[in-house]
Structures are given as structure tokens and as C-alpha cells.
Design a protein around this ligand. Structure first.
Ligand SMILES: C[S@@+](CC[C@H](N)C(=O)[O-])C[C@H]1O[C@@H](n2cnc3c(N)ncnc32)[C@H](O)[C@@H]1O
Length: 242
């Protein structure tokens, strides 16, 4: 790796070692954590956050679709969706961190259907029900994740699709392994759980799900557990319609 890239990575690694600040509101902590990383966020996360292209491929988003991404960060999903994003009926990209949204806004410029929105994904709602909601590595960073899943369900039209890719604590993981992952990610405000995937399965009709492990930058031989879930909003959902 060129020295300049390593120096840039070192800045990110230092921020990860320091962890998320312990004080301030959730939004303030996100901004303090991400603002110094925003310019290098994508390059580093490309080697840490796996399965994001697979998620977009599985969702098979079609022209004319109404789409929402919750916890969009720098809007890097646009790289993965490509020109198709310009053919959606609407594409709302929601995040709570202004530093990352500034990058997303630059990326989204010129795409007519895209709105980049600073809001809390647990409460924000689109103007009308949408065909697809997806999140990549956002569920683990949102403390009220039960509310987030309920909110995602509520914004979907019946039959609409949800896609989630994220780290988790798999039932197959050892107690020690899972405890180490919880501690290691928790330091940076990423809260791995064994409950996220079962809750997604309870709320949505499962279309596909796969559990994998993937490499972690600078930790040779270490592989972090993640899953990729695609589901459908059930036709009748009293909770979502409430
Ligand atoms: C690990 S990053 C993933 C970003 C992006 N989806 C990606 O794949 O690169 C998690 C994102 O969730 C956002 N986030 C955390 N809490 C949030 C909330 N309550 N509402 C909206 N976004 C939130 C963070 O600001 C951050 O951009």
C-alpha cells in the first residue's frame, strides 16, 4: 500500500481507537466521530463493510421505484446503484450526520429524483408509501433499532421490500468470539446483536438471507460476521398501519 494511503488510513484507525465520544446527544456523537473521517470514509469502509453491492443486486431496483435508504452516510450506495438511480420515481437518502451528508449531497447532485435528508431514521417518514427501504450497516448504529425496524415497515407499501446488510452476533459464534466482537465494535458506537436478524424475520416475510464472515482491515486472519437480509412487507400489518 502506498505511504500516502497508509497515512490516511492511520487517521481513521486513530479515530476508531479513540472510539465514539461518551457525551452529547446521539447526533452530536455521530458528528464528532465522523467529521474527521468524512474524506476518507469511503476508501476505508470499502474494505470493512462487505456485502453492500450484493444487497443492491438482490434488491433488483427497477426504474420508477420509490426508494428510501436509511443511514445513507456518504451516499456511497449511489456508486453501486449507478445510473439507474436517476430513473427512480423518488430516492430519499436519510442520515443524521451532517459531515457524511455533505459528501452524499455532492454525490447526488444532478440526480433529479434524489433528496438527501438530515433526519432521525427512527421517526422520519416519506410523503407516501415506498417500494423499497434499505439500510447498510445502519441498524447496528441506531440505539432504538426496534423503532427503526418498525418505522421501516411503516413506510413500505404492502408487498414493498426491505434490504439490510449489517454485522451481527451469529448463533453459531462462540460465546467468547461474540463477546469480543460486541466489545470491539461497541467502542465505536456499533452495537452488534443476536436479536436484529430474528426481529427482521418476525416483522417481514423473508425472501432471502445469508450469513457470512468477511476480512477486517489490518487484522489479518480475522473475519467479522455479517448478514444480508431481504424481506417483504406483509400484506396486512396492523403495527405498520397504526
Ligand atoms: C456505519 S455507517 C453506514 C453508512 C452507509 N450506509 C454505508 O454503508 O457506508 C452508519 C450510518 O448510520 C447513521 N445513523 C446513525 N444513527 C442514525 C439515526 N438515528 N438516523 C439516521 N442515521 C443514523 C450514521 O450517521 C452513519 O452514517
Amino acid at each position: 500500500m502506498p505511504v500516502a494511503d497508509f497515512a490516511a488510513d492511520a487517521r481513521i484507525l486513530w479515530r476508531l481507537l479513540r472510539g465514539q465520544p461518551a457525551s452529547g446527544s446521539h447526533a452530536e456523537r455521530l458528528q464528532a466521530f465522523y467529521a474527521p473521517q468524512a474524506d476518507r470514509y469511503d476508501a476505508f469502509r470499502a474494505r470493512l463493510l462487505h456485502g453492500r453491492q450484493d444487497l443492491i443486486d438482490c434488491l433488483d431496483l427497477q426504474p420508477g421505484a420509490r426508494v428510501v435508504e436509511l443511514g445513507c452516510g456518504t451516499g456511497s450506495s449511489l456508486q453501486r446503484i449507478g445510473e439507474k438511480a436517476g430513473q427512480f420515481a423518488s430516492f430519499d437518502m436519510v442520515d443524521l450526520c451532517p459531515a457524511l451528508l455533505a459528501v452524499a449531497r455532492e454525490r447526488a447532485a444532478g440526480y433529479q429524483p434524489i433528496r438527501v435528508i438530515e433526519a432521525d431514521a427512527t421517526t422520519w417518514r416519506p410523503d407516501r408509501p415506498v417500494d423499497c427501504v434499505f439500510m447498510s450497516y445502519a441498524l447496528t448504529m441506531i440505539p432504538d433499532w426496534l423503532r427503526l425496524i418498525a418505522n421501516a415497515e411503516a413506510m413500505l407499501a404492502p408487498g414493498g421490500r426491505i434490504g439490510v446488510v449489517d454485522f451481527h452476533l451469529p448463533p453459531s459464534g462462540s460465546r467468547l468470539g461474540n463477546a469480543l466482537w460486541r466489545k470491539w465494535f461497541g467502542h465505536d458506537g456499533v452495537h452488534l446483536s443476536s436479536q436484529h436478524l430474528p426481529q427482521l424475520r418476525r416483522v417481514f416475510a423473508e425472501i432471502s438471507c445469508c450469513e457470512q464472515r468477511a476480512p477486517v482491515p489490518y487484522l489479518p486472519g480475522v473475519r467479522a460476521p455479517y448478514y444480508l437480509f431481504v424481506g417483504e412487507r406483509r400484506q396486512a400489518s396492523r403495527a405498520a398501519d397504526a
